[in-house]
Structure formats: C-alpha cells, structure tokens
Design a protein around this ligand. Sequence first.
Ligand SMILES: [Zn+2]
Length: 420
Amino acid sequence: MDTLLKNLTLIDGTGRKPVADAVIAIRGGKISYAGPASTWRNEADGESITLDLNGAYVLPGLIDAHVHLSGSGEADSQFYAPTGQMALKILSNAQKNLAAGITTVRDLGGWSELEFDVRRSIQRGDFTGPRMCLAGRFISITEAGADYYVGMYRVADGVDEVRKAVREQVKHGADVIKMGVTGAVLVESGAPGVTHFNSDEIQALVEEAKKFGKPVAMHAHGIDGIRKAVEAGVTTLEHGTYLYRDPGVIRLMAQRGVFLVPTLKVGWDIILAEKSSIPGWIMQKNVDSQGDAAKSLKTAYDAGVRIAMGSDVGTPLNYHGENALEVYWMEQAGLSKMEALVAATNNAAKALGWDSWLGTLEAGKVADLLVHEKNPLEDLRSLADKESLRLVIKDGEVAASHAGSVLPKEALAKQVLTIR
Ligand SMILES: [Zn+2]
C-alpha cells in the first residue's frame, strides 16, 4: 500500500529551493516520488492512503553525526551508571532523539559495548529507536579521560595496540572508528592543544579501519593533531577547534572532501547556562575555546570544506532531543540557513557513508521524514520545537506524533500506517 502526502512544502535536504504544493509518495518504506504536485502521476496499483498536510513543511529526518547515548547531559560530565541502568539510559536517550526528529544518530563513544545490544533490540523491533551508526569505544592513549569515562575509552599505546583496538570495535559491529588524537575539553587535566598519538599510530589506525571498510572519525582540537589526522586520511574531523590556524590543512580538507563536524552547541549550552552546577574547569575550558571553534567553522566553510552536523549531545547540559539547535548555532557561525540544514541531512548522510539511500527526500531513498508546522528556514530553532514538529516518520512508518497531529483520525483508526 502506498502512502501519499500532499499539500505540503518540500524541503528535500539537497539544498534546492523549497517546492510549494508538493507531493511525496511512499512505497515499501521508501520514497517513490517527491516533487511538485503538477508533475506527479499516481501509479499506485492498489489502495493508497492520502494525507493532506495543510501546507505543512516536510524535510528529511535529521542525522546527528556526533552523539553520546551514554551521557544524559550530566553537569559534571560523569556518565557512569551500573550496567543495567546504563543499557536503559542508552535506550531512553536513543528514543528521545527519534521523538525529536533525529531519525539517525552516529554515536562516537558508547559504553561497554551496550549500545550494540540496544541497537539489536531496536532492529528486532522490541523497542522503537533511531537508526544507529556506532563507533563503539573511543580509542585513546593512556590518559586521565580513560578513568573518567571508564566504559567509553579503549586505551591503546603503540601501533600494535592501536590495530588491536580497531579490530575489537569491528568485532562488536562498529560502523566507524573513533580516535582521540588530541586532549579533550571535557577531561579536567586534558590539554586540547596537545597531540596524543604519534604519526605512526594514527596512520596504523586509519589503515586498519580502511582495511575493514570503516571510516575514521577523529576527535581533534589542536592544529598539530588536526594536521596529522587529515594527512593520514580521516573521513570526519570532530570539533576542529583550532583548525583556522593552518590554511594549508583547511585546503587539504577541502580537496580530500574531509568533513568538519564542529559541535558548537555543547560549548554554548555550558557558557550560556544560568545557575548551573557546571564545575569551574568545564566552564573555563569552554569559555577559552568557543570563539576559536566558531571561527574555525566559518574559515573552513568559506574555503569549501564540507560541514556535517554533530551536536555532541549527552555532554554537560546538552540534552538528547535538543540536538537540532546545533543547526541554529552553525548558522550563527556563518552558514546560510539552507546550508546549515543540508549539514544535518544530505551532508551528514555523506559523512556516514550512507548517502546512497539516506539523507534526502528523493525517489529511492528511505522514507525518513519530518512534518513541521513552522517553516524551519525562517527560524532554524523551530527544528527543535515540539510545538512545530507534528510527525516523525522513519522507514515509512510513523515513529512519533505530537500534539495536534496532522494524521487524520480515520488513518489512525484503520491503522493504515503502523503506529509503533
Ligand atoms: Zn563527543
């Protein structure tokens, strides 16, 4: 049975101009048509259900290329929970993403491999949840972060250990390999400017990951670490705080198509919080680096570097379900509204390597889409506004509907769409 959505404004995620009075046809969980009503021909052979969306805005389900499902925004960034509770925490956070229209998440540092079990449960249909792209553990040198985020880190010193650490993540089912090439902001003794891994270790990691067909997501703040990561062939650069300091590296990123995932929201949430219980060291480190991070995004963007949206939700005061505000912060740093939206749709799908079937509303892609009452291109903050988000559809099925749903009662009653 086909589902037809009509009387809508289509924002397809490619960066093309919105199409007023558009139609989207869904068959077997995939989009069979998305475009102007004037050129649509109904080729459905059997019964179909038609939903009149009354001029609502329809865009692709958002893709967040950098989350931590094991964190819930704890002010001190202490994610720890006993095993059973942690599994439930990961599931609950995953579901908050889906309900907020983040239909795909890429987790770049899970907890004791529990996120793989959660994903299996979602895939089996035991629970609803977003599509999950997983890195497993964050591969790091011996450092204090490994004691702080005890279930997240995989310490690996030396080339042989680095290779083994990659193989472990692949064994567990990782889609991407995450390495921390520099110190971290959210580790008290971490020095973001300091390079942790040596060049031979970085190259070994990238080589080992590529052998298994896995892209590499590199946590990097300082420019020396960024340079070594880009030269070694990483796919996405996470944070990139001091990237602006080397125009040569920026040019190389643009040439090679390396994505920058800037993660600005976490810093703003911490800096702008009133009366929070944020420890002083977390506040100071973010105050010190936030301007650099925004400047690096703008500089890289102007030089043609591809940008993908990553909110780093799970980190202090950066809550699951508010991810889409990262799109707004990217606009504030200098992207156009449409380009910031593309960073959370088509470009994020490319950063994951999943763009052949995900990320835009075009025929052949999976039917992950959002129905918004407000035009997100007027104010990107409406992407995170539950009053605006009416419907979340994943794989052609309704995954979440919010107050004042546009779904006709008859459709719900007939269960023509599977409500899960
Ligand atoms: Zn992160």
